[in-house]
Write a protein that binds this ligand. Structure first.
Ligand SMILES: Cc1cc2nc3c(=O)[nH]c(=O)nc-3n(C[C@H](O)[C@H](O)[C@H](O)COP(=O)(O)OP(=O)(O)OC[C@H]3O[C@@H](n4cnc5c(N)ncnc54)[C@H](O)[C@@H]3O)c2cc1C
Length: 385
């Protein structure tokens, strides 16, 4: 993806404000003017991916020891929010790469796996993907049907993965499969592999309502052969690894939704004047309150994760609030803009379509509510809510 001759511009890990500023400048200079072009393509332009790599964004959260930029959850969330405020598809590509591909390798991988994959993920030489969902297993991931069996050479995987972000361009894919569906979650294991393996193919690119520039594909595994060291974490621990990754990932996706909500708010603000009718000013006020609630929720979830505290509840609250705020503000803003807002290519129209995807991706709103209710009713050890 990136020519190795191009240096990564980012220095060692800096604070959240510095990362935010770097992302804001990049978004203004290199993304905003390309948003319509990206929306009309089914993958990001090479120049954008090279820019993301050059700025160091693809190494966030990966320790310098493994070739990354360091940076905590707050820094990552700030970068994702800024990228999403200019182009949500770009931000989602980065969020998936960092949160649900690099992080699980960092947390569950062996040193050999970390050394093999993390430096090249951090520089953007490889893009990361996470393949859990299947045609019959989205919210209920434990129902997945992709099978694996041990062979003399390692593992053989067969099945279909659906709605997988980044996979068409990925250099590393996490795969989840069961060796016996009747075992439920206990049968599921995680694997990490480069996609070039025999039997692995991208069956189709899926067109979507929003986040159109972020590639989403169907993957087919037909007796795909993985070496023994492709197993990520202990056998049977795959679902736990996936759900842990998704909890962290939700903070990042919430930050992306916050960026969309902010962009929609800014667009709405341009259309409301101090002497406008009350109902228009009330819409602006309501949007601001939703935006602020989301901002606080994302900040709280990120801060708790950085402090090593329980954050699953807060991550779900942040994802729920920020994705709902994005939809509500983008929808309200579209109405305030009148007919110009619904013209193809208008910012309000794109924000509305992009916002609509956030209540679904990385766990629907109903699943966030389930997580919240479960935590409230049976708090994990030592946690008070
Ligand atoms: C743009 C995009 C990118 C994605 N990228 C990835 C990726 O990179 N990797 C990956 O593995 N997956 C990815 N997904 C898949 C995503 O995680 C799933 O779409 C999501 O988990 C929902 O699953 P589903 O689409 O099968 O819907 P379903 O699970 O069929 O849900 C349909 C509806 O039923 C509701 N519902 C389901 N179960 C319950 C319940 N128990 N209680 C209450 N309501 C319920 C849901 O909330 C929803 O409203 C992506 C999806 C999108 C749209």
């Amino acid at each position: 993806m990136r020519s190795s001759a191009e240096p990564v511009a980012a220095g060692p890990a800096t604070g959240t404000d510095a990362w935010r500023e770097r992302a804001r400048r990049f978004a203004e200079r290199d993304l905003r003017s390309r948003a319509v072009e990206i929306d009309r393509s089914d993958g990001l332009p090479l120049v954008v991916r090279q820019g993301l790599a050059r700025e160091g964004f693809l190494g966030l959260g990966i320790p310098p020891r493994w070739g990354g930029q360091g940076g905590d959850t707050r820094a990552t969330a700030a970068v994702l929010e800024e990228l999403a405020a200019a182009d949500a598809a770009v931000a989602v590509e980065v969020a998936v790469h960092l949160s649900v591909c690099a992080q699980p390798i960092l947390q569950a991988g062996t040193d050999v796996q970390r050394q093999r994959y993390l430096p090249s993920l951090a520089t953007g030489e490889r893009l990361g993907a996470f393949a859990l969902s299947e045609p019959g297993a989205g919210s209920d991931a434990a129902a997945l049907r992709t099978r694996y069996r041990r062979t003399a050479d390692g593992f053989e995987l067969t099945g279909t993965k659906m709605f997988i972000s980044n996979a068409a361009s990925a250099g590393v894919v996490l795969l989840f499969a069961t060796h016996d569906p009747s075992l439920g979650h206990r049968g599921i294991s995680a694997f990490v592999a480069p996609p070039g393996i025999p039997g692995f193919s991208v069956a189709q690119r899926l067109e979507k309502l929003g986040l159109r520039g972020s590639e989403t594909t169907e993957l087919v595994l037909e007796h795909a052969v993985l070496p023994p060291d492709a197993l990520l974490g202990p056998e049977g621990e795959g679902l736990r690894i996936a759900l842990t990754a998704l909890s962290g990932g939700r903070v990042g996706i919430a930050a992306c939704a916050l960026g969309v909500a902010r962009a929609a708010f800014e667009e709405m603000r341009r259309n409301v004047r101090a002497d406008d009718a009350d109902w228009r000013r009330h819409r602006l006020a309501r949007a601001f309150a939703q935006l602020e609630a989301s901002r606080l929720a994302v900040a709280e979830a990120a801060a708790r994760r950085d402090a090593g505290r329980e954050f699953v509840l807060e991550a779900s609250v942040a994802k729920l609030l920020a994705s709902r705020a994005a939809v509500a503000i983008a929808s309200s803003g579209l109405e305030l803009a009148g007919a110009t807002g619904v013209r193809s290519g208008a910012e309000a129209e794109r924000l509305f379509r992009d916002a609509r995807v956030f209540p679904i991706v990385e766990g629907t709103s109903e699943i966030q509510e389930l997580v919240i209710a479960r935590t409230l009713l049976a708090p994990p050890d030592g946690r008070t809510v």
